[in-house]
Ligand binder design. Structure first.
Ligand code: GSH
Length: 212
């Protein structure tokens, strides 16, 4: 039994919960983080000194950092398609997983922070404009990657789709000037056919609106 500590409206918790359910793993999720139990108590800090969610417990093992958790779950429980053992097959997928987590997700997060989390009276048009300028070039890169491919790697759904796709709900739901990108739209439609995505990555962020 896996235990995941983290609130369901955290995008990083969503990444982990989507993975766990995509792989069909027995789990329990405990509500920690903003609006829930504090992740800054000594007990929680002993699990993650950053005081952030998600944290994963698998038996006696503890992990934080959602990207590392995704890779652990893939290596421990994924099949050859989801997590290829051959480094030459996994390397290109991991390239996109890293890009999704370290480049694309922060750019989505920039708009999310500026437009959603920041209360209207504290929103700064210059910050919003900068955030909205940063994302379209990355979305075009993703759209090109998806040209002729159903999934990030090609024909099969893999861990890379989770690292890239977990932010696409916010990408499509936020009120911003989204570019018209047909491959990306079709990819998002494909993601939405997956029950684990619908249940764990398409979570309302209403409770985060205007909190900063
Ligand atoms: N790099 C970390 C970032 C974790 C992170 O920033 N978590 C946020 C939620 S997405 C958090 O814990 N916020 C404070 C809180 O909810 O109390 C990861 O990928 O796991």
């Amino acid at each position: 039994m896996l235990t995941i500590y983290g609130r369901p409206n955290s995008s990083n918790v969503q990444l982990v919960m989507w993975t766990v359910h995509e792989l069909g793993l027995a789990n329990e999720r405990l509500d920690y983080g903003y609006g829930h139990a504090s992740p800054r108590t000594p007990d929680f800090l002993a699990m993650n000194p950053m005081g952030l969610v998600p944290v994963l417990r698998d038996g006696n093992m503890l992990m934080f950092e959602s990207g590392a958790i995704l890779r652990y779950l893939g290596a421990a429980y994924g099949d050859e398609t989801f997590w290829p053992k051959d480094p030459k097959l996994r390397g290109p997928l991991d390239t996109w997983a890293e890009w999704g987590k370290l480049t694309f997700a922060p750019a989505v997060g920039g708009i999310f922070q500026a437009r959603v989390r920041t209360a209207p009276e504290r929103q700064d048009p210059a910050v919003i404009a900068r955030a909205e300028a940063a994302l379209p070039p990355l979305a075009h890169i993703l759209d090109e990657r998806l040209d002729g491919r159903d999934w990030i790697g090609g024909d099969d759904f893999t861990f890379a789709d989770i690292a890239v796709g977990h932010q696409l709900h916010r990408y499509h739901e936020m009120d911003w000037d989204r570019p018209d990108l047909p491959n990306l739209s079709a990819y998002y439609a494909r993601l939405r056919t997956r029950p684990a995505y619908r249940d764990h990555a398409m979570v309302s962020y209403a409770a985060l609106t205007g909190i900063d």
